[in-house]
Design a protein around this ligand. Structure first.
Ligand SMILES: O=C[C@H](O)COP(=O)(O)O
Length: 218
């Protein structure tokens, strides 16, 4: 199993520099990762470093809290696509979801999807803060809004993805939407468990470690 093609090679830390982004992109090209995932302010920088490669570029929106104004998130997504993002990883407004403001949450996802046109939209629901019922609801909303992926976590919450999250999410979306597992996936064995469970993408800042581990030891 070629795990590299499942991996969004991710660097979202607040202190990441242009040099760190350059290194991330070079690693992604070397290991033929599916994509790199960066904060939106680095879209243009990463695009330049990925020039001529097959590696896709994912930019985050409303990251990591999801609590910014919808207009800010929409504009952030618009600008990221303009600067070359192939994919947008947006965080939903988690508080609004918990408040039962379903229309607001769904309208925001829909507006971002409409703004980015044919680019891929991943909706981060931050499962660590949600009950099972809320996970189901968030998946239904992402589905209804026409998103391409539902994604577990930012990697900045109280925990990352769990296998149980994926089971619940798959039960709701079936084959109608893809699933990205992210946050806390740090070794090849764990990555493989997610792939075997049917996730379509893995977001991780441990991509190099994952692909470097000897598969025979798995
Ligand atoms: O979206 C991906 C996550 O931010 C990566 O989280 P991680 O640093 O725990 O691998």
């Amino acid at each position: 199993m070629d795990l590299n093609r499942f991996i969004d090679h991710t660097l979202l830390s607040a202190s990441a520099t242009s040099a760190d982004i350059k290194k991330l992109c070079e690693e992604a090209v070397t290991h033929n990762f599916y994509a790199v995932c960066v904060n939106s302010s680095y879209t243009e920088t990463a695009k330049a470093y990925l020039k001529g490669s097959q590696v896709k570029l994912a930019a985050t929106v409303g990251f990591p809290l999801g609590a910014a104004l919808a207009v800010s998130k929409i504009e952030e997504a618009r600008k990221a696509v303009l600067e070359g993002a192939d994919e947008i990883d947006m965080v939903i407004n988690i508080g609004f979801l918990k408040d039962g403001k379903k229309a607001e949450v769904e309208e925001e996802i829909t507006a971002i999807k409409n703004t980015i046109g044919n680019k891929v939209l991943k909706v981060i629901i931050e499962t660590c803060y949600l009950s099972e019922k809320e996970i189901r609801l968030a998946c239904e909303m992402a589905l209804k809004a026409g998103a391409d992926f539902v994604k577990t976590s930012t990697g900045f919450g109280s925990r990352g993805a769990s296998l149980e999250d994926i089971r619940i999410m798959r039960e709701v979306v079936g084959v109608r939407m893809k699933i990205k597992a992210s946050g806390g996936i740090r070794d090849a064995r764990t990555a493989m468990e997610y792939v075997e469970l049917g996730v379509d993408r893995i977001g991780t800042s441990s991509g190099i470690k994952i692909v470097s581990e000897n598969p025979e030891r798995l």
